[in-house]
Design a binder for this molecule. Sequence first.
Ligand code: GLN
Length: 281
Amino acid sequence: MTNFFQDITDKLKSANIEDPKLEARMIFAFVLNKDANDFYFSCPEITEEDKAAILRIVQKRTEHFPLCKLLGTKGFYKYDFVVNEDVLSPRPDTEILVEAAVRIMNEHGFESLLDLGTGSGCIPLSILGDVKGAKATAVDISQKALQVAKLNAQNLNMENRIKFVQGSWFDEDIVLKLEKKYDVIVSNPPYIPSQDILNLSIEVKNHDPLLALDGGEDGLDSYKRIAQISKEIISDGGFILLESGAGQAQDIEKIFEKEGFMKYKILKDYANIERCVILKK
Ligand code: GLN
């Protein structure tokens, strides 16, 4: 490997970036328009211009700008999604919800999906990709986030299968904007208790939209409201899948049971934390 590659890896390492070599490979691949695997064992000669471009990105990364937002895309489930500061960075943990939703939709022959708080659109678009004939509605309060989600739908040639609605689940008239019953409702709502936001990493607290993180005093505000509106727009026998924060799964179950949903399953993430609550109507 060239000294330059090693220098970059060292710079990332001294800034406490968790996987400096992988990130160095990703940054090189991005700037040189190659595959990250091309930088496993060797690194080509690099022009001064490319070096400068790599250094600009690395400088920001050492200030803890999220890598995906510097590169403009994030791999999630089976696709690369366009991301920017208007959307929550897709997390690997959320793939668990996607896998479960795909399985449920295919097993039951379900075709209609609603995503509440879609952000980049990574959840519904990933599900649509694996459920033939399904259609989705994706809601977000942020018009800017919806622009990103629309772009992702276009990039994946799915714009005819997904409808975007601007609105908040806290709006009085939100149900009127959603005209039909859905077989499956999914959501990764904001669930961080307000007072915990300051303790999050710089990548999250300074670069993910606060709107996508802040779940109110106990982190559960959005679940309470989603439970109220979901019961009006879910088909009989339909399922709801919710991402949950650490330690929240039982509370979320109770909130939904109070609104007439039945407990179905709780799934753990890769760190063994209860991360996805599934209920049935
Ligand atoms: N999973 C995110 C985090 O832990 C939070 C996303 C959310 O609130 N839905 O930073």
